[in-house]
Design a protein around this ligand. Structure first.
Ligand code: ADE
Ligand code: ZN
Length: 349
């Protein structure tokens, strides 16, 4: 067990930024910055209902998950060609590398695009090429997770899976996102069973706005290997115990939870309690272009608000590698680099 050295509160933000980390909960369409939305609209000759980048950014005032999703799907409608998906993926990975993200598992929502007549190959090939190029040129490793939209039917999810299967070597798993309340995980039991048979990894959003019962069914029906968000688990002691015992990771997104009013005041966020209860919690950005920050902003702001320490920082970064779907060999290298980063940081104190 690595003994985490003490780090003074004023040096902690620099350590949070410097430490290597994995990002496991990032919707690539949620990384689309207003500037890129405007550039793509112009390139594709599409009208936008906002006169300027500033006007669009000013519209980012959300009251709950649905109020965000409405504007998020509208923003994604400027993506038409493979190069658009490439540019979006590449921009995120370049930004993530600056935050010392060494590995990213990236969600994408194909139904948002196929419903507008964009071929699924266009989406997957553009994003996959961005991941490959970023690995070669930036040294960041990245893989893709196809998310089904839970407000649509299971039949629609099956049709999407069918379309994606010829490209199965370009994504590592499936997830479940979009409007949570009223769309419990069990609605997708059969399609997730098929995905598991195909050897895909399985994750699901649950317990963001929805109740602990949705986390139970994500685990028991979908057999999710990680829970995205999962912060409502805190209401259910038996569930907390199971998550801790089975080391089922929660991919927590503090600034998202603040902006969507799950925890309107970051001081009240329960990340520290989840960690202290022994859960494999991680920190992620969710939709950084919409929620005011990338992964390091999530780390520094939630630490400042809740008073977490260097020990929590180490645990969160270590959890992010443990919970990733990367190879054991890659995980060992990153865990080693994490310890080195802490040692180096203290030596220079
Ligand atoms: N799609 C993009 N961001 C999401 C979130 N936070 N919850 C559910 N679906 C999403
Ligand atoms: Zn999400």
């Amino acid at each position: 067990m690595f003994k985490v050295p003490p780090v003074s509160a004023d040096r902690l933000p620099a350590l949070l930024r410097a430490m290597p980390k994995a990002e496991l909960h990032i919707h690539i369409e949620g990384s689309l910055e207003p500037e890129l939305i405007f550039a793509l609209a112009q390139r594709n000759d599409l009208p936008l209902p906002y006169p300027s980048v500033e006007a669009l950014r000013n519209a980012y005032a959300f009251t709950n998950l649905q109020s965000f999703l409405d504007i998020y799907y509208a923003g994604a409608s400027v993506l038409l060609h493979e190069q658009d998906f490439y540019d979006m993926g590449r921009a995120y990975l370049a930004r993530a590398a600056l935050d010392n993200v060494v590995h990213a598992e990236i969600f994408f929502d194909p139904q948002t695009h196929t419903a507008r007549g964009v071929a699924i190959e266009t989406v997957i090939n553009g994003l996959h090429r961005a991941c490959e190029d970023a690995h070669t040129t930036l040294g960041i490793s990245a893989s893709l997770i196809l998310c089904f939209l839970r407000h649509l039917s299971e039949d629609d999810a099956f049709a999407t899976l069918e379309q994606a299967l010829p490209l199965q070597d370009k994504f590592i798993g499936v997830g479940l996102d979009s409007s949570e309340l009223g769309h419990p995980p069990e609605k997708f039991g059969r399609v997730f069973a098929r995905c598991r048979e195909l050897g895909l990894h399985v994750v699901a959003h649950a317990g963001e706005e929805g109740p602990p019962a949705y986390i139970w069914s994500a685990l028991d029906v979908l057999k999710a290997e990680r829970i995205d968000h999962g912060v409502q688990a805190f209401q259910d002691a038996a569930l907390m115990q199971r998550l801790a015992q089975e080391r089922i990771a929660l991919t927590v997104c503090p600034l998202s939870n603040q902006k969507l009013r799950v925890f309107p005041d970051l001081k009240d966020h329960n990340l520290r309690q989840l960690l202290d209860a022994g859960l494999c919690a991680t920190v992620n950005s969710d939709d950084p272009a919409y929620f005011g920050g990338y992964i390091n902003d999530n780390f520094t702001q939630v630490f400042a608000a809740t008073g977490m320490t260097a020990r929590h920082a180490y645990q969160l970064a270590s959890n992010s590698f443990e919970a990733s779907f990367a190879s054991d060999a890659d995980k060992r290298v990153w865990q080693h680099r994490l310890k080195d980063a802490f040692d180096r940081f203290v030596e220079h104190d």
